[in-house]
Design a binder for this molecule. Structure first.
Ligand SMILES: Nc1ncnc2c1ncn2[C@@H]1O[C@H](COP(=O)(O)OP(=O)(O)OP(=O)(O)O)[C@@H](O)[C@H]1O
Ligand SMILES: [Mg+2]
Length: 246
């Protein structure tokens, strides 16, 4: 079982859009995929039409091991894709991780029993650099960071790189350019500069209404816009990620 996380210190950069579409694209390879929505906002949960609620004692019981992860998993409208939904109690994830002891190892420990059931787990992380994020990164083989090509996004990217570098068992960090608006010269220049770095994938996800429409459609882009540039981009992104995972 491989684990991929979408994370960034910056909010609103396309982490959830990437997590949901990447997970959906991965199922097309015939593998069993679980998306774990670790963000109390519950955006991925919403997009996959799941209820924004954990049964039992919420995040506390999940983290302590009182309730089982597999018991919280729901099917989605995408064949082969399951979701472990968000819950407002995830706001206190750091506190629950701390209480459980060895917080940075905790999420990896919780994920281990899922190995017979899934080939791939995608963690959709909230923005920031919390203890929960550190724990998620420790459990992750490959960290995918969507970067909107702007100066401040580059600044927070280097902060996340420092965080990963500081962890002895950090994941491989890969960047993909996200929400590129080609009409903006500064974004084009920054994207060109980014593309020269070895950790930046070839795939560029353009700024497009198809991705915005995931909100009202509550589905991955392929479900309602199969020939859109966004679907093509996520297909390519999955190919690049899969090549590095296996
Ligand atoms: N490629 C894109 N083109 C146009 N809009 C996009 C694109 N990717 C994401 N968006 C829109 O930008 C907003 C933020 O996207 P998303 O929720 O994926 O970001 P996020 O990094 O997960 O945000 P958060 O930090 O709040 O979790 C959403 O309204 C989404 O529809
Ligand atoms: Mg998100």
């Amino acid at each position: 079982m491989k684990v991929v996380a979408t994370a960034s210190i910056k909010g609103g950069v396309g982490k959830t859009a990437t997590a949901v579409n990447l997970a959906a694209e991965a199922t097309r390879s015939g593998i069993r995929v679980l998306l774990w929505d670790l963000d109390p906002q519950g955006s991925a949960t919403y997009l996959l039409r799941a209820e924004h609620r954990l049964a039992g004692g919420g995040a506390r019981d999940l983290v302590s091991g009182e309730s089982e992860l597999l018991g919280e998993v729901r099917a989605t409208s995408v064949e082969g894709l399951h979701v472990l939904p968000s819950d407002t109690s995830l706001r206190y994830l750091d506190r629950h991780l701390d209480a459980a002891g060895k917080p940075r190892r905790r999420l990896g420990k919780l994920l281990a029993p899922l190995a017979p059931a899934y080939d791939l787990v995608v963690l959709d992380c909230p923005p920031g650099a919390s203890l929960g994020i550190e724990s998620a990164l420790r459990a992750t083989h490959l960290l995918l960071v969507p970067v909107v090509p702007t100066t401040l996004a580059m600044l927070t990217l280097s902060q996340l790189e420092e965080l990963v570098a500081a962890s002895r068992q950090g994941p491989q960090l890969l960047v993909h350019i996200s929400m590129l608006d080609r009409r903006k010269a500064l974004q084009r220049e920054t994207a060109t500069e980014l593309a020269t770095r070895p950790d930046v994938l070839d795939t560029v996800v353009p700024n497009t209404t198809a991705v915005e429409r995931m909100g009202p459609e509550r589905a991955p882009v392929r479900a309602f816009a199969p020939r859109s540039p966004a679907t093509l981009a996520y297909e390519q992104l999955w190919a690049e990620v899969a090549e590095r995972l296996w």
